[in-house]
Design a protein around this ligand. Structure first.
Ligand SMILES: Cc1cc2nc3c(=O)[nH]c(=O)nc-3n(C[C@H](O)[C@H](O)[C@H](O)COP(=O)(O)OP(=O)(O)OC[C@H]3O[C@@H](n4cnc5c(N)ncnc54)[C@H](O)[C@@H]3O)c2cc1C
Ligand code: SF4
Ligand code: SF4
Length: 1017
């Protein structure tokens, strides 16, 4: 029996009172104290987990001032806070057991832009790619790059002093900060920018918090200047947190306090605004992908490439290349890094040249190519080949692969997973190859597997050794390897934190800085935050405080995960394997990943949020002694764990406000559109719909289902009956009184109208299905038969499409036969009726396997249903699924001869998000089909349309459904004449009809119409 579960960690009384006081005082942002909301920010991409007491999401700077002023009241002075942006830290930088202040949800405004003076002013929650998308039309970009650019915030970048590809030329974030506004813990709003020495000193004279901070900074950075210069490594990736070296300029005439705040990891204040330098986008760019016989060859060759005046040199090892080969990203890049015949590519250097002047750039490219050719001819340097491209799209695709590398590394099989703890070492580039040889020997000696890539031009290496954080031996190994890497980087004149900041590695700070300088860091911390209330334990603690630094032995996620039995963890791998890299919470409006998080900006409603809730739910169930897998088996076998009466009582208690963590999990699952974009796009293949369906089944073993679940779950059984009298049913469901009734009782709106005439009437002219006839058919006749598999959406609600598909097949000289309608089971799966789904799937599979024996093509029209045969059927039926194959119409059409046609121009393809994330070549295949027919079609980058099966019809989703449509569909649809819009998804066509009043054609319908008009029979 599934019990009710109360979260273990209740809210601290003072935190509760603080939140209440904040709300009463007019805090305009969100105050979240639910267990689910706190869990959603309890992890980042690191191995650590800390449950905060509350999450505050300010709307603007005034909220932060209010928050800090109230926090200074006597009752609340013990409270501590950690700022948070995108939560993509790899070392627990933003994790805290205190209060998280998340600036990423609301503070996303680009405030001011000055093209002439080349700067932009932004709120700190702005996402790096959001900023660059804004700047692009003006010909500029914010140069420091990082792999998490589609979800990391400017505030986070400033506080980790982020950088990445191209840092030799473009520098780090701190090199581009012109001014900062920071709210300090006592409510002071501190504005910082480069000041003449005398102005900085004048500020230091004033008796105020600002004066105190300036006094300390001037004293430390002046008095210890010589020691600072000696101690700080001379690296492109200079020492962050706190960057004492660059507060003064070289001649000590300019003093810039912002330099202390950049890289301070939220330990000095809340950065609310930044004025940033912007860089013109180079007009000409070329990428050369240089291939090597080994990773060491690639590393050793890097200085030669840098010396050729490259803008950047990035390297990738064979392990990362292999992982990319198995990911959705590969189909975009494979033609740019083809295998070299007769050789094995074990390493790759991606070399970028860019310039304002085309000739100057070509000169640099030609010089390098000449030298590469010579090296290949002479068999030198392990270089086995190269490819180049100047196409902007292709260049971006290569970088997308490179940016995905960390995520891909996480997708390892087995219990040991690649983890971040020593993943961003930096050494002088000339030492890199030797450093890596020793680093590898260290990892090999411990029997660890790993993949490597990095910014070789800057001497930065990314490596994630695979460890099982649920295993105490591996946990000890982590400490051992960590210590060894600290020593190794020191030996090679480098840093352990070359890129991602310190976080839980702060314990190594004293060793790197030495006692004198570390004491100065502590004095600086004390001048900003004397009581250690901001991100306590990170970087350093205030001078004279007895508080401790955080350490790599901090509380890890593994501590919680290992409480879940290994069989359960494995069974729910699609939830438990999420490594928190945050790719699913990206800003890109045109990307299918993940519509619910985009529209809510709520981390609980992202794949990571849902996976985290599910994991915690499994842990809490286990702690109550529940065998979740046994419960599932019982339900799958048709049994029930609660009587209807018990469920009714539980549901009543729920409505009366009884607490149960399962309700929080349920709320997050209900917001999911089951679009499956996560399953295709998450580098770890976290598949929310698969564990969501299992959770729904378990949840409803304790609580009653809403009526609409039964309506959706039975749609495939009822639709064939409704289709017998479509006009009557349409009238019954479509008249205003019924619509009102359905809306207010079942919670369903805009009920789709059945097709008139129904499918059975439309296909009467074609040969009907009869298995015996097919079996008896002579081979010559049977080879022309094409079977069309029905689905409930197109057959009953878009019968014209099915009819067109039949005609199109016929016009190609073949014999289309429509199979009898058989439920597919998807609606049941979506709603978690898994026992029923398994039965439906078995019966459909048995039928389709019979036909499979005839070796005839079987085609389906709607991707969201056809893909269920491939994925959910496999999971539910295992071997008994059989080998039947249902192709999507375009997969089959691509193999057929199509007559030459003439169209009206270039058509626009709006592909279904489920389809293009599961089958990334979908759009390309349609382009090829159209080209073959002499037609032109252009894929349009759009995200989810907001309909996703029945999601858009459910009353509670109306606002989100509309917002999603507006996010990426509305504009391109409005800009395209209706006759040029082609959409592959039933849901998408229905959504356009709902909001625009017309239904776009499926691309096959256009082809069918053109054939009918241009080749009349
Ligand atoms: C897959 C992957 C790849 C990565 N690649 C790179 C890379 O190429 N280059 C790189 O530099 N980093 C990289 N990182 C690390 C990470 O993305 C960066 O450190 C990034 O700058 C963090 O931004 P964020 O908004 O997610 O900040 P968070 O992780 O939320 O916070 C980071 C730190 O900044 C503080 N902070 C955040 N916002 C504020 C604010 N407004 N005021 C005060 N303090 C604040 C937090 O307290 C915390 O200490 C990578 C991480 C992952 C998971
Ligand atoms: S769900 Fe996937 S993309 Fe999202 S954080 Fe987890 S692993 Fe990353
Ligand atoms: S199925 Fe779609 S909406 Fe649901 S979590 Fe995955 S990407 Fe988000």
């Amino acid at each position: 029996m599934i019990p009710k579960i109360a979260p273990e960690q209740l809210l601290d009384k003072t935190v509760n009172a603080f939140c209440q006081r904040l709300g009463e005082a007019g805090f305009a942002g969100d105050i979240e104290t639910s267990y689910g909301a706190r869990l959603a920010v309890a992890t980042d991409n690191s191995i650590y987990q800390q449950l905060p007491q509350a999450v505050l999401l300010p709307k603007h700077q005034d909220d932060l001032v209010l928050l800090t002023i109230i926090a200074a009241e006597p009752d609340f002075q013990a409270l501590k806070f950690a700022p948070r942006g995108g939560g993509t830290g790899t070392n627990g930088q933003s994790l805290t057991q205190h209060i998280v202040v998340d600036l990423s949800r609301h503070m996303r405004e680009i405030i001011e832009f000055n093209a002439e003076e080349r700067w932009v002013r932004v709120q700190s929650g702005v996402i790096k790619d959001q900023l660059n998308a804004f700047l692009k039309p003006h010909g500029f970009f914010f140069a420091p790059d990082l792999s998490t650019s589609n979800r990391a915030t400017i505030g986070g970048m400033i506080n980790t002093d982020a950088s990445g590809q191209g840092s030799l030329v473009y520098g780090k974030t701190s090199d581009h900060v012109l001014a900062l506004t920071t709210v300090l813990i006592d409510g002071t709003v501190l504005s910082t920018e480069p000041l003449a020495a005398e102005d900085a000193k004048a500020k230091a004279e004033v008796d105020s918090t600002e004066g105190r901070v300036y006094r300390q900074a001037i004293q430390t950075c002046t008095e210890f200047r010589q020691l600072i210069l000696e101690k700080f490594p001379r690296l492109n990736r200079f020492l962050t947190g706190y960057d004492l070296e660059h507060v003064w300029n070289n001649s000590q005439t300019i003093f810039d306090l912002s330099r202390l705040i950049t890289g301070s990891e939220g330990s000095l204040g809340f950065v609310t605004e930044a004025k940033l330098n912007v860089t013109p986008i180079a007009r000409y760019k070329t990428l050369i992908n240089v291939k090597y016989d080994s990773f060491v060859s690639a590393l050793r060759n890097a200085p030669f490439l840098v010396a050729a005046n490259a803008t950047s040199v990035e390297t990738v090892d064979s392990k990362v290349l292999d992982l990319a080969r198995n990911d959705i990203v590969w189909h975009q890049v494979k033609s740019l890094i083809e295998e070299v015949p007769g050789k094995t590519m074990q390493g790759l250097n991606v070399v970028e040249f860019n310039d304002e002047d085309a000739e100057a750039m070509q000169q640099k490219v030609d010089n390098l190519l000449k030298r590469l050719d010579e090296a290949i001819d002479a068999g030198e340097g392990g270089i086995i080949g190269y490819q180049l491209t100047s196409d902007e799209r292709a260049i971006n695709q290569i970088y997308t692969m490179r940016k995905k590398a960390v995520g891909l590394l996480g997708n390892a099989k087995g219990q040991r997973k690649p983890i971040a703890f020593a993943e961003d070492t930096a050494v002088p580039p000339e030492n890199l190859a030797d450093f890596i040889i020793e680093f590898r020997a260290l990892l090999d000696s411990e029997g660890l597997s790993y993949g490597m890539f990095g910014h070789v031009d800057a001497g930065v290496l990314h490596v994630r050794p695979a460890l099982d954080m649920c295993d105490s031996h591996d946990e000890k190994l982590l400490r051992k390897v960590s210590d060894a890497v600290v020593a190794l980087t020191a030996k090679y004149g480098g840093l352990m934190w070359g890129e991602h900041g310190k976080g839980y590695r702060s314990e190594y700070g004293p060793e790197f800085f030495g006692e004198t300088l570390f004491t100065e860091l502590r004095r600086i911390k004390a001048s900003f935050d004397p009581n250690n209330r901001l991100n306590p334990g990170k970087i350093c603690t205030p001078w004279q405080s007895n508080d401790e630094l955080v350490s790599v032995d901090g509380q890890k996620r593994g501590y919680f995960d290992k409480q879940i039995p290994i069989v359960v963890r494995q069974s729910f791998e699609s939830a438990t394997s999420c490594n928190g890299n945050g790719l699913c919470f990206n800003y890109e409006e045109n990307s299918p990943m993940c519509p619910s998080s985009k529209v809510t900006k709520d981390r609980r409603h992202s794949p990571k949020g849902r996976a985290g809730l599910m994991r915690e739910w499994l842990r809490l169930m286990q702690n109550q002694g529940v065998d979740v897998l046994a419960q599932e088996q019982k339900l799958l076998a048709g049994g029930s764990t609660h009587s209807w009466w018990q469920k009714w009582q539980n549901t009543r208690a729920k409505h009366q406000g009884e607490q149960d963590f399962s309700h929080e999990v349920m709320e997050a699952m209900e917001g999911c559109l089951a679009c499956k974009a996560c399953a295709g796009q998450c580098p770890i293949k976290v598949d929310v719909p698969s564990f969501r369906a299992r959770f729904l089944q378990l949840y409803h073993s304790r609580y009653l289902r809403p009526m609409k679940d039964y309506l959706v779950g039975s749609i495939e059984r009822s639709a064939p009956y409704f289709a017998k009298a479509p006009r009557l049913v349409n009238w019954l469901t479509g008249n205003p009184l019924s619509a009102w009734f359905i809306k207010n009782t079942i919670g369903y709106v805009d009920t789709p109208q059945l097709s008139v005439p129904a499918i059975t009437k439309r296909i009467a002219v074609f040969q009907g299905f009869d298995l015996a006839t097919l079996q008896a058919m002579p081979e010559s006749e049977r080879s022309k038969v094409v079977l069309l598999v029905q689905d409930p959406f197109t057959s009953f609600y878009e019968a014209d499409l099915v009819e067109d598909a039949m005609h199109l097949i016929q016009s190609l000289g073949l014999n289309p036969i429509l199979l009898p309608f058989l439920p597919n089971g998807k609606p049941q799966h979506v709603k978690g009726f898994l026992a029923e789904f398994a039965k439906v799937a078995k019966s459909a599979a048995d039928f389709l396997n019979q036909l499979h024996a005839l070796n005839l093509p079987m085609l389906g029209l709607d991707a969201s249903l056809v893909l269920v045969y491939r994925d959910e059927y496999n999971k539910a039926l295992g071997d008994s699924r059989g080998d039947f194959k249902v192709q999507l119409f375009h997969e089959w059409l691509a193999t057929q001869q199509i007559p030459t046609l003439s169209g009206m121009g270039t058509y626009q393809l709006f592909a279904h998000c489920t389809e293009k994330t599961a089958l990334p070549v979908t759009e390309q295949t349609w382009v090829q089909i159209f080209q073959k027919a002499g037609l032109s079609i252009k894929p349009i980058a759009v995200g989810c349309c907001g309909m996703a099966g029945t999601y858009g019809h459910e009353l509670q989703n109306q606002e989100n459904s509309r917002d999603l449509y507006d996010l990426s569909w509305q504009q391109p649809i409005a800009n395209t004449p209706a006759g040029f819009i082609l959409a592959t998804g039933f849901s998408c066509r229905s959504q356009v009809k709902r909001y625009e009043g017309f239904k776009p054609l499926h691309p096959l319908q256009l082809i069918r119409q053109l054939i009918a008009a241009q080749y009349p029979q």
